[in-house]
Design a protein around this ligand. Structure first.
Ligand code: BGC
Ligand code: CA
Length: 432
């Protein structure tokens, strides 16, 4: 108790200046009187902002160099959670999907017949746990992984056509009694000059550069996500019939499987978008957080445990991933369709409409804008939540935090950070 109060007061003191600069909001009185419950008049409730439900999603508060979870942010108040997906399970699945593809389609796969299966890898964000996990998953399955400090090195190699890069090694795979070398020919973080990561256009340019200098050596294209994967597919691999693998199961990528896209991973965004809003709904209703999740709610909404896991120590819900390949892609053609078992409308009389502030860190992120946000918008009314969607530029946290100048107008918050280290830029605004 005392500790919490001290932290809250320190933050208030430190951020007094930026509060003054925000202005406008008569609802967020400074709490420097030492009173713990600053609960002054708020637009839609009289709960102090620091006590309102908060969910982090898609980018887990964590140290971008070490990956260590930011437990202060994850425990901001008793109604704080993270919603994402199981990054390691998904990453293993992506690697295995590519390996199985090689094993099942070896005839003609080695395009130049040199005995080497060469792949290139598009990396999303070298400081993002999910991106790191996917790079590791591919390298592990391909046998190209090298350990560094007890973990698989996830650094980009630049160009490695001669196999000499230190961050990877040549792997070996035996198919049909024949042994092939597997080589990561090139990998790069797809960051544009303005600083946006997971950048699809940058990936499209990269495959252009790579293919013009060593295109015949490229047998497989792998990507940390579909946005970059599809950009490379459209720019080069589709015409050259080179199987390309991504992640997210966006509708366009799933459709491309019919045209030679190798496969993708569904991170069950339909379950994540539901959980993102559901944990807020439950806190606002003052009911057990498992309501409508592991335990059916009054409308019959419930999730089965094959689609998510909850880790109480990490305050985190993780959706489980599924590989989407030629055999099953027909079941995944619309990535914005809600998950049926949680598609029932809540009754307004017992779940009154509440206001939620929610931001998407990058309004032009392929996955977030074409899959995640449409899903959120399909669930919000079902859960009687009036959500204000804020789109960021993907580069600067302040572009988003500037638009959280009046938290007193909302009952709950859903936050998608630009950088996973930056949780305090948001919680400090809520602590004032
Ligand atoms: C998705 C990426 C997306 C990123 C944004 C990841 O979970 O797979 O496509 O760019 O989230 O944070
Ligand atoms: Ca080859």
């Amino acid at each position: 108790m005392k500790m919490k109060k001290f932290v809250a007061m320190t933050m208030t003191a430190m951020l007094g200046l930026s509060l003054a600069a925000c202005g406008g909001g008569g609802d967020s009185e400074s709490g420097d009187s030492g009173s713990n419950d600053s609960g002054s008049s708020a637009a839609s409730s009289d709960v102090a902002n620091k006590d309102k439900p908060l969910v982090w999603f898609n980018r887990q508060p964590s140290n971008s160099s070490t990956g260590e979870l930011d437990m202060t942010a994850l425990n901001f108040n008793k109604d704080t959670y993270y919603v994402g997906f199981d990054a390691n399970q998904g990453a293993e699945l992506q690697g295995e999907m590519i390996k199985e593809y090689i094993e099942n389609n070896i005839d003609g796969l080695d395009r130049n017949g040199d005995g080497i299966i060469g792949y290139v890898l598009a990396i999303g964000d070298i400081g993002h746990n999910d991106s790191i996990a996917r790079t590791r998953g591919v390298r592990k399955a391909m046998g190209t992984a090298v350990e560094k400090d007890g973990e698989i090195n996830s650094e980009p190699v630049g160009t490695n056509t001669d196999g000499s890069a230190a961050a990877v090694q040549d792997g070996k795979i035996e198919v049909g009694g024949k042994e092939y070398i597997v080589r990561e020919l090139a990998s790069q973080e797809m960051k544009n000059s303005a600083g946006a990561t997971w950048d699809a256009a940058t990936a499209g340019n990269a495959i252009g550069t790579w293919s013009s200098s060593f295109g015949k050596e490229i047998d497989i294209v792998a990507s940390n996500n579909d946005g970059m994967g599809m950009s490379m597919f459209n720019a080069w691999s589709k015409d050259n019939k080179v199987p390309t693998f991504g992640y997210d199961a966006n509708s366009d990528a799933v459709a491309a499987i019919a045209e030679g896209y190798g496969g993708t991973i569904s991170q069950h965004a339909d379950v994540q978008a539901y959980l993102t809003l559901r944990v807020l709904r439950n806190a606002l209703d003052g009911v057990d957080v498992d309501t409508g999740i592991g335990t059916a709610d009054d409308a019959g909404n419930v999730l089965s445990d094959d689609v998510y896991v909850y880790n109480a120590d990490e305050r985190s819900y993780y959706a489980l991933n599924v590989a989407v390949v030629a055999d099953n892609y027909q079941d995944f053609t619309d990535s914005t369709k809600i998950y049926d078992p949680v598609g029932n409308q809540l009754d307004e009389s017992s779940h009154a409409t509440k206001k939620v502030w929610l931001n998407i860190y990058n309004a032009s992120d392929n996955f977030l804008s074409s899959t995640y946000q449409p899903l959120l918008q399909n669930y919000d009314k079902l859960l009687n939540l009036e959500v204000e969607y804020i789109g960021g530029d993907g580069q600067t946290e302040s572009n988003i935090t500037n638009r959280l100048g009046n938290p007193g107008q909302y009952d709950a918050f859903a936050i998608n950070m630009v950088k996973t280290d930056n949780a305090a830029s948001y919680t400090s605004l809520l602590s004032q």
